[in-house]
Design a protein around this ligand. Structure first.
Ligand code: NDP
Length: 332
């Protein structure tokens, strides 16, 4: 089977030359293991951090070894009593056509409840990030005015809609194209949205939230975080989820330059890691799948077809070519 390797550590923006698609023998299926044929794998912003050789909350990718990450597929061989041939599973060995792993490291998923790809997005890791980040980390409460950046992405689009469904007084989103902005307002029900490329974020946020904001869900960092700090009402709370504007930076960015406002406004800025919030998963799946069934929560996916386009899909994600979750689908 084919698998993607990282072959060079990018400095700044990654390029296609940093990746190679290679042929590898599919390992023997050992006792207690399963063989999964990949249907979809996930490309995610956090993977950019794993391309650097630095100690972090997830270990770096190793050069000339298969990359990994979320994937879903069908079990085609099994030496486990728990998972049978024909079952569908979610697991962590993405970026390859075939995965062999211990059955204990795979979770069975039901393709009759939701399309398989949804388990990588709206009902998966990004969805739980949105749910836990808003409700637990940012301590969202009814009546809050909420600002979310990266709002047309997998996490951001779910944050904004959950906030609306839970009684936010106003939801504002920012995204990187006029088309995405239109989608936020017309399809996802945001009260206001703006294209951060059309002018200074702080001015656009002030215009969109004249009465200030109570919660900021940060996917972007830098100028967006600075703008949120300016627009915060007293006792505002930020869930610091990601800082994608800085992932390819080679120099530290100066913003936010207004951190001193944290004092007078008594702000709380709290980092979040989705891995800490597994206990919330059953409630998240139940509530969000209900909203999806009723049509109250909508989602998009951007699907790139063919394993050979995997690296391009990842690069496209960093450039904002996705609306909703970026998914790589393997051809039949
Ligand atoms: P998205 O689906 O949001 O895709 C990434 C988006 O980022 C792009 O579509 C692009 O949209 C936007 N973007 C790229 N560069 C910039 C920039 N310079 N300034 C502003 N926006 C930019 O990805 P996810 O929903 O998967 O992830 C969103 C964020 O959440 C990321 O920062 C990620 O690292 C973080 N995250 C954190 C987790 C945690 O546990 N802490 C777990 C999961 C995700 P646009 O066209 O709008 O620019």
């Amino acid at each position: 089977g084919r698998e993607w390797h990282l072959v060079a550590r990018p400095h700044g923006w990654p390029t296609p030359d940093d990746f190679a698609l290679r042929e590898a023998a599919v390992p023997e299926v050992g006792e207690g293991q399963i063989l999964v044929r990949t249907r979809h794998f996930s490309v995610d912003p956090y993977m950019r951090g794993r391309m650097n050789d630095v100690k972090s909350y997830t270990p770096p990718f190793q050069l000339d070894r298969p990359m990994d990450g979320g994937a879903v597929g069908e079990v085609i061989a099994s030496r486990s009593a728990d998972i049978a041939v024909g079952d569908h599973v979610l697991h962590g060995l993405g970026w390859r056509e075939y995965a062999v792993l211990d059955a204990a490291r795979a979770a069975k998923i039901d393709p009759s409840l939701a399309p398989l790809s949804a388990y990588l997005g709206v009902l998966g890791m990004p969805g739980l990030t949105a749910y836990a980040g808003l409700l637990e980390v940012a301590s969202f409460k009814e009546g809050d005015a909420v600002f979310v950046s990266g709002a047309a992405g997998a996490v951001g689009s779910e944050v904004g809609q959950i906030a609306k469904l839970k009684g936010a007084s106003r939801v504002i989103g920012s995204a990187g194209s006029d088309e995405k902005v239109k989608l936020l307002v017309e399809e996802y029900g945001f009260d206001a949205a703006f294209n951060y490329k059309n002018g200074p974020v702080s001015e656009q946020l002030k215009a969109a939230a004249p009465d200030g904001i109570d919660v900021y869900f940060d996917n972007v960092g830098g100028e967006h975080l600075e703008a949120a700090i300016s627009s915060f009402n007293v006792h505002g709370r930020a869930a610091i989820c990601g800082m994608i504007s800085m992932y390819n930076a080679t120099e530290p960015t100066p913003a936010p330059r207004n951190l001193a406002l944290v004092i007078g406004k008594r702000l709380r800025l709290q980092g979040l890691l989705v891995a800490d919030h597994g206990a919330l998963r059953p409630r998240f799946v139940e509530e969000v799948s209900g909203w999806i069934r009723s049509g109250a929560l909508k989602y998009r996916e951007t699907e790139v077809v063919g394993i050979e386009n995997g690296a391009e899909a990842f690069l496209g994600l960093l450039r904002g070519e996705n609306t909703g979750k970026m998914i790589v689908t393997l051809a039949d």
